[in-house]
Ligand binder design. Sequence first.
Ligand code: NAG
Ligand code: NAG
Length: 214
Amino acid sequence: MMTSRRHYIFPTLLLSTILLSPTHAADFCVADLTTQTTSGYTCKNPTNVTADDFVFTALVHSGNTSNTNKASAVPGFVQQFPGLNGLGLAVARADIEPGGAIPLHSHPAATEMIYVAEGSITAGFISGASNVVYVRKLNKGEVMVFPRGLFHFQVNTGKEHAVGIASFSDEEPGVQLVSLAIFGNDFPSFFVEKTTNIDEAEVKKLKVLLGGSG
Ligand SMILES: *[C@@H]1O[C@H](CO)[C@@H](O)[C@H](O)[C@H]1NC(C)=O
Ligand SMILES: *[C@@H]1O[C@H](CO)[C@@H](O)[C@H](O)[C@H]1NC(C)=O
């Protein structure tokens, strides 16, 4: 009798101790964006954390697509959405007008998965191992994955405004656009020509278009 009673009480006490303990390990670390260190962000004081820290509202509206690409991408990475810190995922919204494109780019630190919420998007990526290009037209509701670090793109080949909602496997995916990496900086034209086999006139034209110099 005594023994079975002890067995019954002990787990109950243990559970209460775990639930009521004020010193349990933190289960989140909302980034304090003012205190970035080499090893990441420090945590916002938990007593100042609110539900708003876990909500991101910037994807409600379309981004501004009045640009040469007829497209916009609004990121919800840790810098915009501090509640993601340490959780290993991020989000973004892409808006692409008919004929527009999200240019060829890579996220060095993350795999991306895109869900077509409106319209249709033709998307693709290039294998790093074989240079094989995998392209597919995605209709509303369909999802495509772009493996980590690989160059990929999204083009609206349809006739209506397209919206894609992307998720990423890291809160800091990074973004590198191929066109800006080559033509949008001060990479000397001589070396751009030598290392890409693109002729001088074209290099100069693209540097002007993409804000580069040199
Ligand atoms: C928490 O919020 C209070 C009230 O806004 C503020 O005075 C205090 O400095 C904050 N603490 C930290 C650690 O940010
Ligand atoms: C969209 O961007 C264009 C070009 O930068 C600008 O002229 C226009 O005012 C912007 N529209 C909105 C609604 O912000």
